[in-house]
Design a protein around this ligand. Structure first.
Ligand code: ZN
Length: 108
């Protein structure tokens, strides 16, 4: 998966970090079940690089709260920002991504 865009006059690519020293993706479960008052439980497992660890947390949580059956799986995956060419050093300016509305009475 790659996403490319311009920033600081350089084309950048956002890439999955597949380097050998890249951190392992981490997983966690977030309980999205509703409490009796309508609020979300929000309990979450510890982050882990292996899925069985968070599945064990889900089993413990459902044991303690048999009606909490909705979970969100959150996965944190390392990515890298890679420039097509190295940008020059200097202060980081504001990105030119805003749009100025036309002045009243003009056609622009
Ligand atoms: Zn819960």
């Amino acid at each position: 998966m790659t996403q490319r865009f311009y920033a600081r006059f350089t084309l950048w690519s956002a890439l999955l970090d597949l380097e050998p020293d890249a951190p392992m993706p981490e997983h966690l479960f977030l309980c999205s079940s509703e409490e009796e008052d309508g609020t979300m439980c929000g309990a979450q497992s510890p982050a882990a690089t292996d899925f069985p660890t968070i599945r064990a947390w889900a089993t413990e949580h459902i044991t303690e709260h048999p009606d909490h059956r909705s979970l969100h799986h959150v996965k944190a995956t390392p990515w890298l920002m890679v420039p097509e060419t190295e940008p020059w050093p200097g202060p980081v300016g504001r990105a030119h991504t805003t749009c100025t509305p036309p002045l009243e009475g003009t056609d622009s």
